[in-house]
Ligand binder design. Structure first.
Ligand SMILES: *[C@@H]1O[C@H](CO)[C@@H](O)[C@H](O)[C@H]1NC(C)=O
Ligand SMILES: *[C@@H]1O[C@H](CO)[C@@H](O)[C@H](O)[C@H]1NC(C)=O
Ligand SMILES: *[C@@H]1O[C@H](CO)[C@@H](O)[C@H](O)[C@H]1NC(C)=O
Ligand SMILES: *[C@@H]1O[C@H](CO)[C@@H](O)[C@H](O)[C@H]1NC(C)=O
Ligand SMILES: *[C@@H]1O[C@H](CO)[C@@H](O)[C@H](O)[C@H]1NC(C)=O
Length: 525
């Protein structure tokens, strides 16, 4: 009897917990950024490991891979590549923020958008229409028009986004942006925000809305050009059919606290391995040898060492070679290193996550890419940030604000400022304490990011989409959503009442006064 109960409990557990094994899942990850691809591929890898048949289309060779993933790489043309490299190099040479970066995307960097449209017309891509898929995951980056692929395949779609939800992502699932108390990352505000901070936040929100409208116009044009089949839904219909969005955040440890609709699932940290892999032998030895601790320096995968000015590299070398700590420096051109020093070890490719997980790593000198900061925070390693472009200054400012390290402007560093920054973070324990505390909160979750991905993908597969958890606001226009029609009616009634009252008062007055006046007038006649 007991056996039977246990047995049926096991059968029940298996039935409930076992995922929809072996679904055919298509990942479209066409952003031309290795760091985005790392995050998207981490999702794909988790799904492949769980037994799904995952097909991925990307435009560059991914760094994260799994042997069972069917990979289709359609690289950009040589000409597009050259344009991109030039743009990246010029961005690394000057100050940039998100707004200027977005303007670039609309103009000079247009190739980032058009190359993602060209991909859909490529015969290598067209092959995906031969397979019967069950789900599409879209790596989002100025490519909304690619939602048409899911429309053509007639499958539910999950959007994958690398960082916390912003105004653009909120729009997909009608998540409230709550501009009065959710600081836009670049507003650098602590909450609650002062009057001027709220004004600044609102202005930024409006600018982003305006840019979104311009992008939508462009996306619609591309969509209508590519998806010409008669029975195709429109782009705006496709947008209303997004089942779920995975975002790269964990707000209860990361902040800011804000509402998220049920269709937004936080999987921040998906790219961080739950268990570090063993380090390659040369790195392991160097790390073990670092009895004074090791400093890890990397500008990530987007920025090549040659893009940083030689004077700046010289300054960095001078400071680092004079430290008692060991330094492990990501440098691609091993023939031409910044200089030889007994405490510096150069390597063109480094397993960043595993190095940060090493107990001897005491400091991370980083370009402040979101992924790098997340990994460092996850492993409780304090930072010196040297932000370069795009969202880097913002990430760096937020990191500093949280007390996990200091930030310097890469273009203007001197030996003194760089040395001071490094010594400050190494010697003042408050940075390490703060980031370790964060690390403990960040790991404290009911489901790990990987488990969340598996659960919610299976959920969408089991129920063929997730319209049940979609906010009704998705289907409302601006006027209804903000009750503007009701306010307008109330206002109209009020105005009418005021008008009516005035009219009545006037009428009564004229009656009363009229009686008094009429004889007066008569006298005059
Ligand atoms: C797995 O996906 C590929 C497409 O990349 C497809 O050709 C293959 O038939 C799928 N396998 C199964 C068992 O469905
Ligand atoms: C903040 O505002 C800027 C400018 O409008 C925008 O580019 C950026 O995406 C916004 N960030 C968030 C998190 O909404
Ligand atoms: C480790 O340090 C010792 C001396 O401190 C040195 O002789 C040896 O070469 C170092 N090994 C590596 C791999 O750096
Ligand atoms: C560093 O040492 C290597 C040989 O170990 C040598 O080829 C190279 O020229 C040296 N670089 C500098 C900048 O001194
Ligand atoms: C919306 O997605 C469902 C599956 O979740 C699909 O059956 C339906 O055709 C989609 N509708 C549109 C407009 O794409």
């Amino acid at each position: 009897m007991k056996m039977l109960a246990v047995f049926s409990a096991i059968v029940w557990l298996l039935a409930v917990a076992s995922p929809s094994q072996g679904a055919n899942i298509l990942g479209v990850y066409s952003a031309l950024s290795p760091s985005h691809l790392i995050i998207h591929m981490s999702t794909a890898k988790a799904l492949a490991e769980a037994g799904h048949n995952v097909t991925v289309v990307s435009m560059m060779q991914p760094k994260v891979m799994h042997k069972d993933i069917h990979l289709i790489v359609v690289p950009v043309t040589k000409e597009q590549e050259r344009t991109l490299e030039n743009q990246m190099a010029s961005m690394a040479g000057s100050k940039n923020n998100i707004i200027t970066t977005m303007y670039l995307l609309l103009n000079g960097l247009d190739v980032m958008v058009t190359s993602q449209a060209d991909l859909l017309k490529d015969p290598r891509f067209q092959r995906v229409f031969e397979t019967k898929f069950d789900l599409m995951i879209l790596g989002s980056f100025f490519n909304d028009f690619q939602l048409g692929v899911a429309g053509k395949l007639k499958v539910p779609v999950i959007v994958d986004w690398m960082i916390p939800s912003n105004t653009m992502i909120d729009e997909f699932v009608a998540n409230p942006s709550e501009v009065s108390y959710v600081p836009n990352e670049s507003t650098f505000a602590t909450t609650p925000m002062s009057f001027f901070k709220r004004a600044e936040n609102l202005v930024k929100h409006v600018i982003l809305k305006y840019l979104t409208i311009r992008f939508n116009y462009k996306f619609n044009r591309i969509y209508n050009e590519i998806f010409t089949d008669k029975d195709m839904p429109t782009l705006s219909e496709m947008k209303k059919n997004i089942s779920m969005v995975f975002v790269g955040s964990h707000l209860i440890s990361d902040g800011p606290i804000r509402p998220l609709v049920p269709a937004i699932i936080e999987v921040g940290g998906i790219q961080v391995k739950e268990q570090p892999d063993p380090l390659p032998q040369d790195i392991e030895q160097f790390m073990e040898n670092s009895s004074q601790g090791a400093i890890f320096l990397s500008f990530g995968s987007n920025i090549k060492s040659y893009m940083v000015k030689p004077e700046i590299v010289g300054i960095m070398f001078k400071v680092l070679s004079g430290l008692k700590q060991n330094v492990i420096w990501k440098w691609e051109d091993l023939e031409n290193t910044p200089g030889n020093a007994s405490n510096i070890f150069y390597k063109d490719w480094l397993p960043q996550d595993d190095i940060l997980a090493h107990p001897n790593t005491k400091l991370f000198v980083t370009h402040a890419g979101k992924g790098s900061i997340t990994e460092s925070q996850y492993h409780g390693v304090p930072m010196v940030a040297l932000p370069i472009f795009g969202d880097h200054p913002l990430n760096a400012a937020l990191m500093v604000n949280s007390g996990y390290g200091v930030s310097l402007d890469l273009q203007t560093i001197t030996e003194d400022t760089f040395r001071e920054a490094i010594n400050e973070v190494l010697e003042n324990d408050k940075y390490t304490q703060a980031v370790r505390k964060f690390s403990a909160l960040y790991r404290d979750r009911p489901l790990t990011p990987r488990q969340s991905v598996l659960f919610w993908v299976d959920y969408v597969l089991r129920h063929h989409g997730a319209p049940n958890l979609q906010s009704p606001a998705v289907h409302m226009g601006f006027v209804e959503l903000h009750n503007l029609d009701i306010y307008a009616l109330v206002l109209a009634i009020l105005i009418f009442l005021v008008f009516l009252t005035r009219l009545t008062v006037k009428f009564l007055f004229s009656k009363l006064l009229g009686k008094a006046k009429v004889p007066a007038r008569k006298k005059k006649q």
